[in-house]
Ligand binder design. Structure first.
Ligand code: ZN
Length: 438
């Protein structure tokens, strides 16, 4: 084969592989209609590998596990004998329990194409878009697990908000996860229910890919600009070491309060703080000095601010509960948990947003919810009526570095085109963030 022809064949193969992977990728996430054209790089010198196996030597069947189909069913059809199936199921139970095979998940059978009788040499089962298991049916059969390489790309989008941030993001190809992360960053500074005419967003964020082609989720937001009314709210991600990271505005001020608005991400407020309410279990009027958030059992409960756990205990009324002391002024408590999060006990130091337990209905509760209680100077108060303290601004020692860090990000944000037909820009990590023109 001459070089050119070989290249075309390889490229066509790569495109086909990409289409197949795309087709079978089932990450359960929202996929925008307009997909970004992908760059498929093909190197001529190296053999193409899938899951580390050179594809040249095999005929590959890519399928999806059907309802009711078992590991044995699949392999018997490919000429793998009972003893081998049995051996793999027993000897490699710790690597992969064959009962864990799930319908709807993709698998590939690599058939020996050099043999006169086509038989399976490998089966690759994709448990998730990233994790897979290889079953090798060589003389001594074996099983091992693998991980696809996850690459990160930066993406920038921007647009005017007409109805909601969620809609505006969707129009531009953003995911619900991105809407969540953005609204988290701006939870205290922007009222998303009162969007004004001319409000817009601009955001630069990370997207994770496997094989450089299949999107497996979003990373973090790196920088954003939210124009609300007359004011531009910039926010920049800044990280120093393992433990110091936060979002700050262009002056290095924090965008958030020292407390989260709620201890849950998704919830319905079922009862507010009140000095007098009818207690559903005790059947009498009693003050309710907390806020009840109803959510499905097992929903993670977060500490609303940094602090130290001063109780992780049980009482008949509270059920399993956690109490966190934030400083000499503020303390919070979380009741009716089904269980505590790992490592949560008296003395544990927790950070805002850390999971401390899971929603349940232990103690005096009619259904799964968390009762959130808030103390200021030893008195139980309604957190929604407090003027809560701001979180810390950028540490003095990092101020100069921060100013330098955000210069480029701000420029990039300011250059994002808000026009409706503008396409998102994608930056690739491979060569020091190179912009790809789409
Ligand atoms: Zn309550």
């Amino acid at each position: 084969m001459n070089q050119k022809l070989k290249f075309i064949t390889l490229a066509a193969g790569a495109v086909l592989a990409f289409l197949l992977i795309q087709h079978f990728a089932n990450d359960g996430e929202y996929k925008p209609k307009s997909t970004i054209p992908e760059v498929v790089e093909t190197k001529i010198a190296e053999p193409i590998r899938m899951f580390g196996i050179p594809v040249d030597s095999f005929d590959i069947d890519r399928k999806v596990v059907k309802e009711g189909e078992s590991f044995g069913n699949i392999l018997l059809a490919y000429g793998v004998d009972y003893p081998t199936i049995h051996q793999i199921a027993n000897e490699y139970k710790d690597v992969f329990d064959v009962r864990q095979l799930r319908s709807g998940k993709p698998y590939s059978i690599f058939k020996n194409n050099k043999d006169s009788i086509s038989s399976a040499r490998y089966m690759v089962y994709e448990a998730s878009p990233v994790n897979y298991f290889v079953f090798d049916f060589d003389e001594k059969a074996s099983v091992y697990s693998g991980k696809k390489k996850v690459s990160v790309r930066q993406k920038e989008i921007g647009g005017y908000i007409k109805s909601s941030l969620y809609e505006a993001l969707r129009e531009k190809g953003g995911s619900p996860g991105l809407a969540m992360s953005l609204s988290d960053i701006y939870a205290w500074s922007i009222d998303f229910f009162h969007i004004k005419k001319g409000d817009y967003f601009k955001v630069i964020y990370e997207e994770k890919f496997i094989d450089d082609t299949v999107r497996v989720g979003m990373g973090k937001i790196l920088a954003a600009d939210f124009k609300h009314g007359r004011k531009s709210y910039y926010s920049f991600h800044f990280q120093k070491g393992e433990n110091y990271r936060d979002y700050f505005d262009e002056k290095g001020n924090t965008l958030r309060k020292a407390f989260l608005k709620a201890p849950l991400n998704f919830f319905r407020i079922s009862s507010r703080y009140s000095k007098r309410r009818f207690h559903p279990v005790l059947k009498r009027n009693k003050a309710h000095l907390g806020t009840d958030y109803a959510a499905p059992r097992g929903t993670p409960i977060m500490t609303t601010a940094n602090g130290e756990v001063i109780a992780a205990s049980y009482t008949k009324g509270n059920g399993y509960y956690v109490k966190v002391k934030h400083n000499s002024t503020y303390t919070t408590q979380y009741l009716h948990m089904t269980k505590f999060a790992k490592g949560i006990k008296k003395g544990t130091i927790v950070k805002q947003g850390d999971v401390i337990g899971y929603v349940g209905s232990t103690g005096l509760a009619t259904g799964p919810h968390v009762c959130y209680r808030f103390w200021k100077n030893g008195k139980q108060v309604d957190p929604y009526k407090q003027d809560l303290p701001e979180a810390e601004p950028i540490k003095m020692e990092f101020e100069a570095e921060y100013k330098l860090h955000i210069k480029g990000w701000k420029e990039r944000l300011d250059n994002i085109n808000l026009k409706k037909d503008s396409k998102p820009s994608v930056y690739m990590a491979s060569a020091g963030w190179v912009r790809i023109n789409l």
